[in-house]
Design a protein around this ligand. Structure first.
Ligand SMILES: [Zn+2]
Length: 348
């Protein structure tokens, strides 16, 4: 993965970022290759549009999004391959196929098995060679159509899937402990390490969840720190019914405190789960930093309702101190489990 591109940098990579942002309609009046205020502001706006952390720095997530955002439907031939093709052209295709009633799954911009199946079904219905390849012929057929047939929306698909899903006592819950494997995450002013606390909280969470009868698996071992895509892939391969990713929040503002949960925008089930977990964390007396849609890879690339939980701020010394008490960590885990339990009970 390329390194961070940040304000103050002056190089070819910055010029590349600027060119990509301009192509997306952003105005930047910094000198070419100079990461000044205008570039930072454009990066921030772009990050907000894409629902990723708006820090004005181009890290791996932002870079991936910049590349994906540049694809328009028709720019290239789309088909199922490994690793899958990604981009806004795929997202557009998914949206249009879904609107036509061909179920291409979540509109996540990743050309997967559902998208392949939907393209083939579309080709079959419109008498085009049924090869699953979205090329000029299929594009022309799609453009010749008015998109007004009521189709199954992603939300409705999720509802149906949930109706068929097992109860919590038969569910497979995958817990994703943030960071690890030498990647520490944020270190608090009192010396607490995010990776360690995530592991501790995940372990408590797994223990409490297993009391409900659910089967629980992790996305990583204690020694590992796989990337987000690998974690998502592991949860998909396990066939998880729900994924809960555990992190801690942090900001430069040291008084910031409270709980946030995140879900993939457009996933109604993910939102419902995120809001229920958030409610239960607030019942512990935590400040409400709300539930937010985000397109983090761990949420976007997983195929089940997925929630990223940041119950407290490690950058807040008071909240960091509370985390030193194992009972407090256990209380956080219990609150998350209550949220999961309510999600299962109230969706039946
Ligand atoms: Zn984290």
């Amino acid at each position: 993965m390329r390194s961070l591109i940040r304000p103050g940098d002056h190089n070819e990579q910055v010029a590349d970022v600027q060119a990509r942002l301009r192509a997306l309609g952003h105005t930047i009046d910094d000198e070419a290759g100079q990461f000044g205020e205008a570039t930072k502001s454009a990066v921030r706006t772009f990050q907000q549009e894409r629902e990723i952390l708006a820090d004005g720095i181009v890290g791996p997530d932002t870079w991936t999004q910049l590349v994906e955002a540049s694809w328009r439907l028709g720019d290239r031939t789309l088909y199922l391959k490994y690793p899958p093709m990604r981009g806004d052209d795929v997202r557009t295709l998914q949206g249009r196929l879904n609107a036509l009633g061909f179920d291409s799954g979540r509109e996540d911009g990743i050309f997967g098995i559902n998208c392949d199946r939907a393209v083939r079904e579309f080709q079959k219905e419109y008498a085009i060679a049924e090869d699953g390849i979205f090329g000029p012929m299929t594009h022309a057929a799609l453009n010749g159509l008015r998109i007004d047939r009521p189709g199954l929306t992603v939300g409705l698909r999720e509802e149906i899937r949930k109706d068929q899903a097992p109860g919590l006592d038969q569910a497979l819950i995958v817990v994703d402990p943030g960071h690890g494997g030498g990647e520490l995450g944020i270190v608090g002013s009192r010396g607490s390490v995010e990776a360690d606390i995530c592991w501790q909280l995940a372990t408590r969470l797994a223990e409490r969840l297993s009391f409900t009868g659910a089967r629980v698996r992790f996305t990583r071992t204690e020694a590992e720190g796989p990337d987000q895509t690998t974690r998502a892939q592991r949860a998909n391969d396990l066939g998880a019914d729900v994924l809960i990713s555990v992190h801690l929040n942090a900001t430069e503002e040291q008084t910031a405190e409270g709980s946030s949960t995140f879900f993939f925008g457009g996933s109604r089930s993910g939102q419902s789960l995120a809001e229920k977990i958030q409610d239960e964390l607030l019942a512990l007396g935590l400040r409400d930093c709300r539930s937010h849609p985000r397109s983090y890879s761990i949420l976007r690339e997983t195929r089940m309702p997925a929630v990223l939980v940041e119950p407290v701020f490690i950058s807040n010394a008071d909240e960091e101190k509370k985390l030193e008490d194992p009972e407090y960590v256990r209380a956080l885990a219990d609150a998350i489990v209550r949220g999961v339990r309510r999600y299962y009970e109230e969706s039946l």
